[in-house]
Design a protein around this ligand. Structure first.
Ligand code: NAD
Length: 285
C-alpha cells in the first residue's frame, strides 16, 4: 500500500486563501496587517528567505517591512531596533532573521520580542504559554507539523507519537503540542536508545533530526502517519545537489500518510508564519 501524500503546497494554498478573506474582511478596521522583519546579516540564504517572505506576504495582503541592519551590528543595535518595534503601535508582528552577527546572542534578542508580536513563537514566554495550553503564538514549523497530522483525521487522544529530534524550535514545542492533545508522546534525540523499536510501535512519527534518510521503512508501523521535517542538502547519484528529508524513500510503501520533502512541512511553515501574523494583528478568529 502506498502512503497518502500530505500535500503541503495544497494545504498552504488553502491557508492563504483563508487569510486573504480575513484580511479583506478587516479592511474597514483601519489597521494595516503588517510583518516587521529585522535582518542583520550578509547571509545569502537569509536574504533569499526574506525576499520570498515579502512576496508571500504581499500576495495575501500583508505589508512587509524589512529593517536592514549592518552585518556587523552590535547586540545593542539589534536589541534597540526590536525594542522600538515593540513600542510602535502600528507594528503588530515582529520576527528576527537568523543568523545574527557574530557575537550577538540570538536567543537574548528573541527573548526581547514582545510575546504578543512574536510571530515565530521564539520568545520563551510563548513556549511557556504553549506548555500551559494558553492562547499563544506557536513556533511555525511545530504548528505546521501538527496541522498536517490533524489533517489526516487520526484521533490524537491516546495515540502513540514519537518526535525524533528535540530542538527548542521544532521537536520540543511539537512534543508539547501533541501532549496538549492528550497523545502519549516520546520526545527523542540522538542519545535515545532503541529508537527504531520505539518508532515501530507509534501511530505518528515526526522526523526532525536533520539526518538524511534516518527513518527507514523498518521503523514504521503499517498505516502510521509520518511527518518529514528534515531539510538536508545531499549529492545525488548523478552528482547533482538535491534536497531530501529525514525519511528514506521506502517508508512511502509502509506508512498510511507521509509528508514529502520538498513540498510538505516547508510550505506549511511559511503559511503558519502568515497565519500567526494575521492572528497577532487581528486576534484569533
Ligand atoms: P537541531 O540540529 O537544532 O536539532 C536536531 C535534533 O535532532 C537534536 O535534538 C538531536 O539530538 C536530534 N538528532 C540528531 N541526530 C539524531 C539521530 N541520529 N537520532 C535521533 N535524534 C537525532 O535541528 P532543528 O533546527 O530542529 O532542525 C531539524 C531538521 O528540520 C533540519 O533538517 C532542519 O533543516 C529542518 N527544519 C525544517 C523546517 C521547515 O520549515 N521544514 C524548519 C526548521 C527546521
Amino acid at each position: 500500500m502506498a502512503a497518502k501524500v500530505l500535500d503541503g503546497k495544497a494545504m498552504a494554498h488553502r491557508v492563504r486563501e483563508g487569510l486573504r478573506a480575513r484580511i479583506a474582511a478587516s479592511a474597514g478596521l483601519g489597521r494595516p496587517i503588517r510583518l516587521d522583519a529585522v535582518i542583520a546579516s550578509a547571509d545569502r540564504a537569509a536574504h533569499l528567505y526574506s525576499e520570498s517572505q515579502a512576496r508571500q506576504c504581499v500576495d495575501v495582503g500583508i505589508e512587509y517591512h524589512l529593517h536592514r541592519l549592518p552585518a556587523d551590528a552590535a547586540f545593542d543595535d539589534v536589541a534597540g531596533r526590536v525594542l522600538l518595534l515593540n513600542q510602535d503601535e502600528a507594528v503588530c508582528a515582529i520576527m528576527v532573521h537568523l543568523p545574527m552577527p557574530a557575537g550577538v546572542d540570538a536567543e537574548r534578542v528573541q527573548g526581547l520580542i514582545d510575546p504578543d508580536k512574536d510571530v515565530e513563537g521564539v520568545n520563551p514566554a510563548n513556549i511557556g504559554r504553549v506548555v500551559y495550553g494558553r492562547r499563544s503564538l506557536v513556533p511555525c514549523t511545530a504548528l505546521a507539523s501538527l496541522e498536517m497530522i490533524e489533517s489526516t483525521g487520526i484521533p490524537l487522544r491516546g495515540a502513540s507519537c514519537v518526535v525524533v529530534g528535540a530542538s527548542n524550535i521544532v521537536g520540543k514545542p511539537l512534543a508539547v503540542l501533541l501532549m496538549r492533545e492528550e497523545a502519549t508522546v516520546h520526545s527523542t534525540n540522538k542519545f535515545t536508545r532503541e529508537l527504531p523499536a520505539l518508532c515501530a510501535r507509534a501511530d505518528v512519527v515526526v522526523a526532525a533530526a536533520g539526518v538524511a534518510g534516518l527513518v527507514t521503512r523498518e521503523w514504521i508501523k503499517p498505516g502510521a502517519v509520518v511527518i518529514d521535517v528534515g531539510i538536508n542538502r545531499v549529492t545525488a547519484d548523478d552528482g547533482k545537489p538535491r534536497t531530501v528529508g529525514d525519511v528514506a524513500p521506502g517508508v512511502a510503501e509502509v506508512a498510511g500518510w507521509l509528508s514529502p520533502v520538498p513540498g510538505g512541512v516547508g510550505p506549511m511553515t511559511v503559511a503558519m508564519l502568515l497565519r500567526n501574523t494575521v492572528d497577532a494583528c487581528l486576534g484569533r478568529p
